[in-house]
Design a protein around this ligand. Structure first.
Ligand code: HEM
Length: 469
């Protein structure tokens, strides 16, 4: 808490701004407002603490500007869903703009062309489910090959290893091949550039791109444009990857538009999906019975060709994916900004103010969840998934409302395929079950220092892999 002098100076200079906001609880601001709370702490931990200490809405001060932290499902529903047109995404759009394509859905404005872009997104098309079903086999092969290459390594840093595995599975689904290493390196440079802007302490005009940024950007999107050009020339009517499908179903898109759509997949999904997997294996190391049940279900799945239908019938794997996203959601902070002065919870919030929404507190709210802090996939069985569906009040790892994650179903399919494939072949032995340090990268939680090894369960590869290869 700021000292008396600091609080008095704030009141002297900015006290008038508190008028009309007195009804809202929150920490006492000092001369810098309440930003000190966020120094040296993860923003989601601070937001969760506010939820515990102040309830569903907390008034904080970013210097002299009021801001809100929401932990109340009804208020979150208003901001993300029923009254969403009054609130645009926060600064993230400007922060990541140089790295992501200018026309990507992620940074479109609700009050401009967001709806049109969302409607035109390949993941919103009627053939999407059919495409998704066709990806399970190829992704399984890609993941299985990654597993084989990691077996025997003494100490694997799981975050980068599973990130690379995820990037390859995505690329197989996107263009039908694994991501060449130099293109992955370019992708990481673009992501680092965006992350430096997200985490910048200075105004963005003072944040320079890293060396080689422009060239990496040209090569990264150029790779997809080249794949598009090649696929257009040598049409393969039986190819099932997203690019081939888009060429057939969305003939109006030129190579650059296709390259932007394909390239954007990585920023939305690679870090979040691989972070979720790391969290899952870290928890499974602590919960041996859950891990054994996963191994048994994965072994059963490996007896025949893996399909989306069979994956969706694998309820324990689904429960593990959901429970990992409940306890350790990869994206824990979303921001919004009122486009005009907005009335919320009985007060008027000035246009341009920051609203922070975190799922961490609600995902672990002890008044709602039984044994809230315990990894217990069984809570999702026997109607659990229907009771707390994705995007509901206490479970929204992909956000809520019409602007929730467009890649959610794909991410779940990748998670399930990865869990089934990895667990059928190996036990992921994680070195330490102590809580890991949570960094922050590209808006996503970054598990740090989670090391382990892959211990083979059987000597031979499952027959279903050979069949689907
Ligand atoms: C476990 C994995 C993932 C998590 C936890 C996640 C989380 C989220 C969240 C919370 C949002 C909403 C943010 C907000 O409301 O401000 C979002 C939006 C979005 N996500 Fe994901 N995501 C994941 C995977 C993916 C994948 C695989 C893709 C693409 C292939 C993707 C693409 C997007 C896009 C394009 C949006 C913006 C949608 C729009 O503005 O209409 N995400 N994601």
């Amino acid at each position: 808490m700021p000292n008396l002098l600091s609080r008095s100076v704030f009141n002297l200079l900015f006290g008038s701004r508190r008028k009309g906001l007195e009804s809202l609880p929150g920490p006492q601001p000092g001369i810098l407002g309440t930003v000190g709370d966020f120094i040296g702490a993860s923003p989601w931990d601070v937001c969760a603490r506010y939820g515990r200490e102040y309830g569903g809405i907390t008034l904080i001060w970013m210097g002299p500007s009021p801001a809100l932290v929401l932990n109340d499902p009804a208020l979150i529903e208003q901001v993300l869903d029923s009254r969403r047109m009054e609130f645009e995404k926060g600064a993230i759009s400007d922060q990541i703009r140089p790295s992501v394509p200018h026309d990507t859905l992620f940074i479109a404005k609700l009050n401009e062309d967001w709806a049109e872009k969302r409607r035109a997104d390949p993941f919103e098309q009627p053939w999407y489910e059919d495409w998704l079903a066709a990806q399970v086999g190829p992704m399984q092969v890609s993941i299985a090959e990654a597993v084989e290459s990691l077996i025997g390594q003494a100490s694997i840093d799981l975050t980068p290893a599973l990130r690379r595995m995820t990037a390859d599975a995505f690329t197989v689904a996107a263009v039908g091949e694994k991501l060449p290493e130099p293109v992955f390196v370019d992708f990481m440079l673009l992501a680092q550039a965006a992350d430096a802007r997200i985490q910048a302490k200075l105004p963005l005009k003072f944040v320079s791109p890293p060396k080689g940024f422009e060239a990496a950007r040209a090569r990264f999107y150029g790779y997809f444009a080249e794949r598009a050009r090649a696929a257009r020339q040598a049409r393969n009517p039986s190819a099932v990857d997203l690019l081939s499908r888009m060429l057939r179903e969305m003939p109006q898109l030129d190579d650059l538009a296709l390259a932007h759509i394909l390239g954007a997949l990585y920023f939305g999904g690679v870090f979040s999906t691989s972070t979720t997997l790391v969290g899952a294996f870290h928890q499974l190391q602590k919960h041996a019975a859950a891990e054994e049940r996963l191994a048994a279900e994965a072994a059963t799945l490996a007896e025949a060709r893996l399909t989306l239908e069979r994956l969706r019938g694998a309820h324990w794997i689904e429960a593990i994916a959901y429970e990992s996203m409940r306890l350790l959601p990869a994206v824990r902070i979303f921001t919004r900004t009122p486009v005009a002065d907005a009335k919320l919870a009985g007060v008027t919030l000035p246009a341009g103010s920051l609203i922070m929404i975190s799922n961490q507190h609600l995902h672990r709210d002890p008044s709602y969840w039984r044994d809230a802090d315990t990894f217990d996939p069984s809570r999702w069985l026997d109607g659990g998934v229907a009771r707390d569906p994705l995007g509901s009040g206490h479970f929204f790892p992909f956000g809520r409302g019409p602007r929730a994650c467009v890649g959610g179903a794909f991410a779940v399919a990748v998670l399930q395929t990865a869990l089934a494939t990895i667990a059928a072949r190996v036990k992921v032995h994680v070195d330490s079950t102590e809580p890991f340090e949570e960094g922050f990268f590209f808006g996503v939680v970054l598990p740090k220092g989670v090391t382990g090894k892959l211990v083979p369960r059987v000597a031979s590869r499952p027959t279903s892999l050979v069949e689907s290869a």
